[in-house]
Design a protein around this ligand. Structure first.
Ligand SMILES: Nc1c(C(=O)O)ncn1[C@@H]1O[C@H](COP(=O)(O)O)[C@@H](O)[C@H]1O
Length: 161
């Protein structure tokens, strides 16, 4: 039973959302991935979100661009924490996606990360941190990840020639 679902509104979101799945792999998190659009597939969205908890999912990561209602509509249909990833849209550079995802009405939260690739990576890390609250293996993976990241930054100074 996968721990996390990575959902995106379109296959065109995959180059960014693949950054999420690579991080989940690195941190030892099992996941499933889906293309589900709240606008184009409203019935499938409801079925997915309403059965997510029964299916053993612990966190849902949803990436969408433009009028990005997907994360909010998933959140409206489940009590599982939802992390929203705003895609870098062409027309408005992702500001439309960001505002659509972050400006939820009080009562239905979506944990919103940054626009594009950085946000997609952080969504994977944030999901791992949630799971690490009760999974010692994942917690250890996060400790190693942080150590490696720090070492890389320290070592990068040598590149200043
Ligand atoms: N924001 C949504 C939703 C939704 O929120 O339901 N469904 C698709 N989309 C977004 O539309 C953009 C363009 O999609 P296409 O490339 O398929 O036209 C994508 O970034 C997708 O996430």
């Amino acid at each position: 039973m996968p721990q996390v679902a990575v959902v995106m509104g379109s296959t065109s979101d995959w180059p960014a959302m693949q950054k999420t799945t690579l991080l989940l792999d690195e941190l030892g998190i099992t996941f499933e991935k889906h293309v589900i659009s709240a606008h184009r597939m409203p019935e499938q969205l409801q079925t997915f979100a309403q059965t997510a908890q029964k299916n053993g999912l612990q966190v849902i990561i949803a990436g969408a661009g433009g009028a990005a209602h997907l994360p909010g509509m998933i959140a409206a249909n489940t009590l599982i924490p939802v992390i929203g990833v705003p895609m870098q849209s062409h027309a408005l550079n992702g500001l439309d996606s960001l505002l659509s995802i972050v400006q939820m009405p009080a009562g239905i939260p979506v944990a919103t990360v940054a626009i594009g690739d950085a946000g997609a990576k952080n969504a994977g890390i944030l999901a791992a941190q949630i799971i690490a609250l009760h999974d010692e293996g994942v917690r250890q993976n996060l400790v190693s990840f942080r150590k490696q990241q720090t070492k890389k930054s320290i070592d990068s100074e040598a590149e200043l020639v």
